[in-house]
Design a protein around this ligand. Structure first.
Ligand code: UDX
Length: 436
């Protein structure tokens, strides 16, 4: 099939590249000329494992194209995926201006039946808004479908190619048939396609992300309580997770959730609820608890070091999670800000996300070129992101290079007995304090 993708951000680029890899011919449209030129020259503008390989394979295969001209793409395809940003406005509601602007252009340019597929995360009722807008511009038949994405950063290609489910919300048989064709090779391979109306589909996305954010936040509260009563959250997690009704994923406590989806979607669902007179009390608490959790280790460092003025703090990990360069809503930024306000000096290390942090923090902090340079002369080490390289450090190097043998681990990376043997003061989340 011939498919157009409008918006080559994270979702658009991954979806476009993967749809091309399923054998479709895909034209990706973006208004950013510089980015389009870059992609035409075979460069991937974001960091995402596996993406570059699939991207280059499909450019070479003549199935993946880039343009700034929507009309050029629409001349060859009558299925248009919208993968446009829906950033939170001041009040937390999703800003639909990009989606509606492009919907209007599609209405003006359409010359034959067109299927508009919305992949952006949008409030319930957006498909209807898009439908009404296009309807006001044309007599030509068309359908609007909701097809939310569930891609995790760092695993996006894998998630697209092996989805646990494909959600399709539509109200015409023709639209469902086209969607069946688009995803045929995935459903043939066993993926489940769940069909529903547009509003339920739109809400499925918000409900899923808000539920996962709640699950993590619940575990963060259990972890905080474990510390007070001397229980071990790792044991509690294993015990809880083996109940299939609960499941063992997304039960890892830490320094709060971040990223481009959970914080934005929780806020947007709360706001959408308010608009119809409903208060999501659970989600309001989730936001509040998560905010507190992000900086929970700072007072612990203070408890150990006393006044933080001129203390040298090492930070391992800046990305909001491993395998991404994304620092949106990252706990690292909040921790660093709090430490700087207390007069601490910071040297941070993250091999991938560092360039994005430099753009925001400039020379307010130092940047190390590797994890061991980062801890030289450090009075304490805080681990914020669970990158693989931090999982098995040479503790003897840490011992030699650090001023104090003190680790504050926001990701529970280490075995308590091992740290006990190495003689580190080791504070993790929801577990016993070691050598305290
Ligand atoms: C999420 C959803 O998983 C995906 O389906 C959606 O479409 C986009 O949002 P992503 O933001 O890439 O994906 O990351 P995810 O792996 O879900 O992690 C989100 C946050 O939760 C991270 O900050 C992560 O560190 C945190 N997390 C996750 C925990 O603190 N504990 C866990 O057990 C799992």
């Amino acid at each position: 099939m011939n498919i157009t993708i409008v918006g080559t951000g994270y979702v658009g680029l991954v979806s476009g590249t993967c749809l091309a890899d399923l054998g479709h011919s895909v034209h990706c449209v973006d208004i950013n000329e510089e980015k389009v030129t870059l992609m035409k020259n075979g460069q991937v503008p974001i960091y995402e494992p596996q993406l570059e390989e699939v991207f280059l394979r499909n450019i070479k295969g003549g199935r993946l194209f880039f343009t700034t001209d929507l009309s050029e793409a629409m001349r060859v395809s009558n299925v248009i995926f919208l993968a446009l940003p829906t950033p939170p406005g001041e009040d937390g509601s999703a800003d639909l201006s990009y989606v509606l602007e492009v919907a209007g252009q599609i209405g003006d340019l359409m010359t034959e039946y067109t299927l508009i597929v919305n992949k952006s995360t949008v409030p319930v009722g957006t498909s209807e808004k898009v439908y009404n807008l296009i309807k006001s511009k044309t007599q030509i038949p068309f359908d609007v479908v909701s097809n939310p994405e569930f891609l995790r950063e760092g695993y996006a290609v894998e998630d697209f190619m092996n989805p646990e489910r494909v959600i399709v919300g539509a109200s015409s048989q023709k639209a469902f048939e086209i969607m069946d064709k688009i995803y045929l090779s995935l459903t043939n391979a066993g993926a489940k396609m769940i069909k529903m109306d547009e509003k339920s589909s739109e809400l499925t996305k918000y409900a899923s992300n808000s539920f996962l954010a709640t699950k993590i936040t619940f575990m963060n509260e259990i972890a905080n309580y474990c510390e007070k009563v001397g229980a071990d959250v790792d044991k509690v997690r294993l015990g809880m997770g083996s109940d299939q009704r609960i499941g063992n994923r997304f039960l890892f406590p830490g320094v709060g959730y971040g990223g481009s989806c959970f914080p934005k979607d929780v806020k947007a669902l709360i706001k959408s609820g308010k608009e119809v007179g409903y208060t999501f009390e659970i989600l309001e608490s989730v936001e509040e608890v998560n905010q507190r959790q992000k900086t929970i280790l700072v007072p612990e460092v203070e408890k150990y070091l006393g006044n933080l003025k001129n203390k040298q703090i090492a930070i391992w990990g800046l990305a909001f999670k491993e395998n991404t360069d994304d620092i949106r809503e990252a706990s690292s930024l909040e921790i660093i800000e709090m430490l700087l306000n207390k007069g601490a000096k910071i040297r941070a290390y993250d091999s991938i996300a560092v360039k994005n942090v430099k753009k925001i923090l400039g020379n307010k902090i130092e940047y190390a070129i590797n994890m061991y340079e980062c801890i030289e002369g450090a009075d304490a080490l805080i681990i914020v992101t669970e990158w693989g390289e931090f999982r098995n450090p040479h503790f003897d190097i840490l011992e030699k290079k650090m001023n104090n043998k003190a680790i504050f681990d926001g990701r529970n990376l280490y075995n308590l007995d091992e740290l006990q043997i190495h003689g580190f003061y080791y504070k993790s989340i929801g577990r016993k304090l070691i050598n305290g």
